[in-house]
Design a protein around this ligand. Sequence first.
Ligand code: PEP
Ligand code: MG
Length: 572
Amino acid sequence: MFGLQGTGIGGGIVIGRARVLETSQRDVLRYRLQPDNAEAELERLQSAIETVKAELGELAEHLPADAPAEAHALLDVHAMILDDPALADAAREAIREHLWNAEWAFSAQAGHLAAQFAELEDPYLSERGRDVKQVADRVIRVLSGSRARGAVVAEPAIFVAEDIAPADMLSLRSALGFCIDLGGVTSHTAILARSMNVPAVVGLGSASELIRDDDWLILDGESGVVIVAPDETVLAEYRHRQDAGRLERERLRRLIKVPCVTLDGVRVSLEANIERPEEAAQALEAGADGVGLFRSEFLFLNRRELPGEDEQYEAYRDAVLGMAGRPVTIRTLDVGAEKELSTESGAVAPNPALGRRAIRFCLAAPSVFLTQLRAILRASAHGKVRLLIPMLAHAHEIDQSLQMIEAARSQLRERRQPFDEQVPVGGMVEVPAAALSASLFVKRLDFLSIGTNDLIQYTLAIDRTDHEVAGLYDPFHPAVLRLIALTIRAARKADKPVAVCGEMAGDWAATRLLLGMGLTQFSMHEASLLRVKQEILLSDVSKLAPKVARLLASDDPARVRSLLMRLRSDGI
Ligand code: PEP
Ligand code: MG
C-alpha cells in the first residue's frame, strides 16, 4: 500500500481497479472492451484501414508529375504494409482475444513489427520499421477521429494516465474515476471529469508510472489523495467516508425545492454548466434555474467531420427542451488550446492558449460560425435561448459577431425557419482586456458572463493545464478579485445581467465573496449547486457588501480566505 497526493477536483470517493493508459504513446488510448463490443470494434478498425488506403490512393493520384519515383514507391510500400496480415490480422486477434480497443491493438502490433524490422541488418529493411510506424499513426489518427461520442463502452475502471485530452475522455464513458499526472483544477480534463460525474485527481506527478493495471485504488476527489493497493483497515475507513458523503448529499437534496434567497431577501439564480444536451435533465433534477453555460465545443471534438447544422440544431433543441422552459445559454464554439478539433491538421500553435482560440477561430472560419449560429437560433423556437460569445478581447470582435448573428438571422428568415428574434447575445469576460473594458463592451451586449477559469489563467499568466504552476493559480489573487468586481459593477451600472460561470462559481468558499460583490447569477456544474445554495441561504448581502469591499484592499489571498470563513461563522 502507498499513497499519492494530487489536486482533487471533486466527485467524492471511489474504490476500483486501475486501468493505466499508456504514457509513452499518450495519444493511443488503451482500454478493454466489453465482449459485446468486439464486433463493432473490428468493424471500426476495418473502416479505418480502408479510409487510410483510400487516402493513400488519393495521395498517389495527386502526386505532381515531377514527383520523384521514390514518392510513388513509398506510397506503395505503405499500402502494402496496410495489407500485411502480420499487422492487421494480429491486431484483429488482439481485439477478439484480449478485448483491446482498436487503437491499442493496432499500435501494439505495429510496435512489434517495427521492432522486428529495426533488428534487421539490411539498412533498407531496417528503415521499413519507420514506415510501419507512419502507417500505424495514420490508422490511429483515423480511429481517434472516428470514435463516436459515447459509442465505446470499456470496462468500468479508474483510468490512470499521464494526461488525457478532453476529446479522448469522451470515449471513456465507463470511467469510475480519473488519476492524472498533469493538469490543474480548471483544466478542461478536470471540468469534463466533473461533468461525467466521477471523482478525479489531477497533478499527481508520476501516478501513471507507479500504478499498475488492475491495482486496487482508493481515489478521493475531495482531498486529492490516491491510495494504491490499500489494506483492509484503510478500505474500511474509506468505505465509511463514502457512506458519510452519500448521507451529506442526501441531506443537501432537501434544499432542491427551497427558493434560493439570501437572509436579507436577495433572490439568487443558480444555473448549471453542461457539456452535452443529455446533461440538461440532470441539471433540471438538481434544481437549476437554467443552463448558464452550454460548452457547445464538446459536440465538435473527436470526429472526422464537423457536425452539420441539423445535427447541431437537434442537440441544442434537446438541451432547450430538457430544461422545460428555463433559459439555456449556448456558448459558441470554444475550440483551440487543449480542445483541438480532429479536423484541424497542421502545426500546433507556439502558444495555443494565446492563439486562434474560440471567437478568433470562429471569425476566421465564417461558414463554421454561421452554421452554428443558425443552429442555435433555430433551437430558440423551442424555448428560451441565450447566445454567448467566448474569449472576447476586442470591440471589433463583438461587432463582427453581431454582424454574423444578423446574417444568420436573415438566412433563417429567407428560409422561413422559425426562431426567436429576441435571443439575447452576451459576451464572456475571460481575458483581462475584456474585464477592464467591461463598461464599454457591455453597451454592445445584452449580458456578460465571467469565465474565471480563463480570467485567472490570463491575469496571472498561469497555464491552467500545467500542474507545475498549479500552486500559483489563485482565484483569490487581488488582481483577479478586482477584475471580477469591476466587471460585476460595470454590468450592474448598465443594468445588464452578469453571471459567473467559471469553476469559482461552484466553489462554496467563494460564494460570499461573489455575493458581496453584487453577483446574483451563478452557473456551475450541477454537482455543486446545492452546496453553494446552502451558503447563499445563510448569507446576508447587505452586511457582506461593505466587508467584501474591504477585502478587496487586501493583497493576501490567505487572509481573504480566512476572513471569508470568519464571516461564515459569524452568520453573515
Ligand atoms: C472559463 O474560462 O471560466 C469558462 C467558463 O470557460 P472554459 O472553462 O470552457 O474555458
Ligand atoms: Mg474559458
